[in-house]
Design a protein around this ligand. Sequence first.
Ligand code: ADP
Length: 459
Amino acid sequence: MPETPKMFSKILIANRGEVSLRVLRCCQEMGIKTVVVHSTADSDSMPVRLADESVCIGGETPKESYLNMRSIMSAAEVTSSDAVHPGVGFLSENPDFVKMTIDHGFEFIGPSPEHVQLMGNKITAKATMQGLGIPTIPGSKEIIDSEADAVKQAASIGFPILIKASSGGGGKGMKIAYNENEVLQAYRLARAEAKANFGNDQVYMEKYLKAPRHIEFQIIADKLGHVVLLGERDCSIQRNHQKIWEEAPAPAITEKQREKVGGLLARAIKKLKYVGVGTIEMLLEDDKFYFMEMNTRLQVEHAITEMVTGIDIVKEQIRVAAGFPLSFAQKDVVLKGHSIECRINAEDPKTFFPSPGTITYYHPAGGPGVRIDSHIYSGYTVPSYYDSLIGKLVVYGDTRSECLSRVRRALQEYVVEGIATTIPLHVNLTNAADIISGKYSIHWLANNLDVVLGNKKGE
Ligand code: ADP
């Protein structure tokens, strides 16, 4: 007889900022007690204030606190937590952390360490997906371990090429070479950046696609073998390979494409016996999809999928981790309307330099179709040690055009004083002709900086 699942009574949230608050809000709605861990720099944060319990796990730097596995395990033990939610970033895709959590007797709210490891190495991830019939971006099959190999592979793939870190993330460790003369420098720089950021200098090579769109598919799977696709998102508006504006559904794909690619991906995930939420990132060029990587965790931009599906992804993620079946089947997932997310970062909207400091006045936007996921408040000081994301403006409309009008209106209402934010950049985006028409690729922002910086109108 299979065991009857039991919902967790206390979850430790091993993260900070808006995602910590997002998980906390979900736990509160589900009647689950929360433990929020925090660094010395986050003692007065909103998640700490709202949690049932909080534990200081170390100093300001991520290494001392949010990446400090032992400290997090001790916090889970002293608070008698049942499960650990890793949020996004930090330890959320670290297989050692997943294993340590399980070995200490806690449930990890995410996939198995084996799946995290498999997808965490982009070379093995690509090979695995290719083996399951998913098209991948043409490129090297293995790690490039010598300069001679780099030159040889580049010539056989054809220029331009992109060198990528196999354990990469956040757009780091990626270098383009447009011709033979640039290969060696790109190779050396990518390796050095990979080593500095991930402690591992393994790199591989791909064809650098000229004008693709970044389309990612959201899936969720339970422990009983059900896999459901929750549609896709277009995350092509990026700066330095970092997303800043996302849309669901993707403006550029048809129902037929969604069904075909989505079905292929869902079958692959089922074969892998994957459990939890996951995002399969693809590039779309000339009507062809290519697998890029899979993120084995919640994504920052999950909220736009929630808006168009009406499904609380975090709630389902917690339910499946506890062993419950998904509360819906594929046929119940109906995409309705349109949603856009603007990432509000503590950054200068012209130079993109981080802008930590004290928020002297805060007025979030509101009204129909507007959701703001943010941990900031008037008087809050944005620390300088972490990611610059301070909030997500998530907007819903019955049509894409209504959604855009609401984004524009909400941005006018949204006030953050005392620090610079990306709000003015988003205002310029909403007025750019290509954004309004939905015709953009991953290079749009870099090619239209004048429009984004407000130096030129986007017609
Ligand atoms: P990371 O894990 O560092 O975010 P990804 O593999 O997800 O790296 O790629 C980040 C972004 O870089 C993509 O969304 C896309 O804009 C760009 N990119 C990645 N691979 C390619 C490629 N082969 N050709 C063109 N652009 C690419």
